[in-house]
Design a protein around this ligand. Structure first.
Ligand code: NI
Length: 180
């Protein structure tokens, strides 16, 4: 089966606020499996449900794996929230939904995250640096926030301009046709 496409800026679906998961259905389990597949395929180290068009509070991440062969150890977190934050650090970020761009974002250096797994078991992790940045970035997606909403207005508007131009070019070249 084809992988789910990742929505890209400025898709308005990325701006929706996601709703909490109340029951873990078979569909939700399938969504989690699909998201993990997309994350490794892209490749990325994290993905939030709204990026594949589902406005539910679920994220997947794996900050350890590498394409060269580090073990895959995906975490699925349902209804994740940050319950404590400490310090601040600059995180150089990109996003599968924000093509061809990265920038420094100010994040908490250390956070405590809480949520559940797909069986309703509580998960609580105290994380720092890259893993902490990743949780903050993915949880932002659930609130309709992209990392470009956390950079200076000037940098953001430069990116928006560049992105619109790229989209126009794609259109002129007949984007949307099957890639061969
Ligand atoms: Ni992202």
């Amino acid at each position: 089966m084809a992988l789910r496409p990742v929505l890209q800026f400025p898709d308005p679906l990325l701006k929706r606020k996601s709703v909490p998961v109340e029951t873990v259905t078979q569909e939700l389990r399938q969504l989690a499996a699909d998201m993990i597949e997309v994350m490794y395929d892209e490749p990325g180290i994290g993905l939030a449900a709204p990026q594949v068009g589902e406005a539910v509070r679920m994220i997947v991440l794996d900050t350890e794996w590498t394409e060269e062969g580090n073990d895959r150890n995906p975490v699925v977190m349902v209804n994740p929230e940050i319950v404590a934050r400490e310090g601040s650090a600059l995180s150089n970020e990109g996003c599968l939904s924000v093509p061809d761009f990265n920038a420094d974002v100010e994040r908490a250096q250390k956070v405590r995250v809480r949520g559940t797994d797909l069986d309703g078991n509580p998960i609580e992790e105290e994380v720092e640096d890259l893993r902490a940045f990743c949780f903050q970035h993915e949880i932002d997606h659930l609130d309709g926030i992209l990392f470009i909403d956390r950079i200076s207005r000037l940098k953001r508007s430069m990116y928006v301009k560049k992105r619109k131009k790229a989209l126009r070019l794609e259109e002129e070249e007949g984007g949307g046709a099957a890639a061969l």
